[in-house]
Design a protein around this ligand. Structure first.
Ligand code: ATP
Ligand code: MG
Length: 152
């Protein structure tokens, strides 16, 4: 299935806008147009919705979320940056495990189950992509996703 990734991401921004607005979180975007990739649109929606939902959940009032989509020759790069609570370095290897949440007390009020990133990682494996994290506690987090334009 051929997917317009810029459009898919735009649809997701519309979905998370109300919850971002409640926390006065500003959303910025910079997306290359006409980004066509091969994949499963339902799964890719879920992958990016999980990342965008996390960006909102783990940010406090008046934060900022930045979504960047870049087309390279044979792949696309998407980054989602927030100005939220960040993730301690020693926790980063574990956040993709099922049911793992960094600080139970800290994340309790967001009501999650700890599955979002495990699902995201699985979807990326199916799509021959990868995910990387840059984070600084108290400053924010960036998730970098790379997806090939064509599947083998
Ligand atoms: P679910 O997504 O199932 O509702 P969850 O958000 O707790 O629950 P994941 O999305 O898998 O689960 O994330 C795992 C943990 O990683 C989170 O509990 C949180 O501690 C941490 N985390 C994920 N994204 C961010 C982020 N953008 N900023 C800070 N911490 C994050
Ligand atoms: Mg989550």
């Amino acid at each position: 299935e051929n997917i317009r990734l810029d459009q898919l991401l735009q649809d997701l921004l519309t979905i998370i806008e109300p919850s971002a607005e409640k926390k006065t979180i500003r959303i910025r975007k910079d997306m290359d147009p006409d980004s066509l990739i091969e994949g499963d649109s339902a799964r890719l929606k879920q992958l990016f919705l999980n990342l965008l939902t996390n960006a909102v959940s783990y940010s406090s009032q008046n934060g900022e979320i930045t979504l960047i989509l870049r087309q390279l020759e044979d792949k696309v790069h998407v980054s989602i940056t927030d100005t939220g609570i960040g993730i301690p370095k020693e926790e980063i290897p574990r956040i993709f495990e099922r049911f793992y949440r960094v600080d139970k007390a800290r994340s309790r009020n967001s009501g999650g189950t700890g599955l979002g990133l495990a699902i995201a990682k699985h979807i990326l494996e199916v799509h021959e992509g990868k995910i990387e994290v840059d984070s600084e506690p108290g400053k924010g987090t960036t998730f970098h996703v790379t997806l090939p334009k064509r599947l083998h």
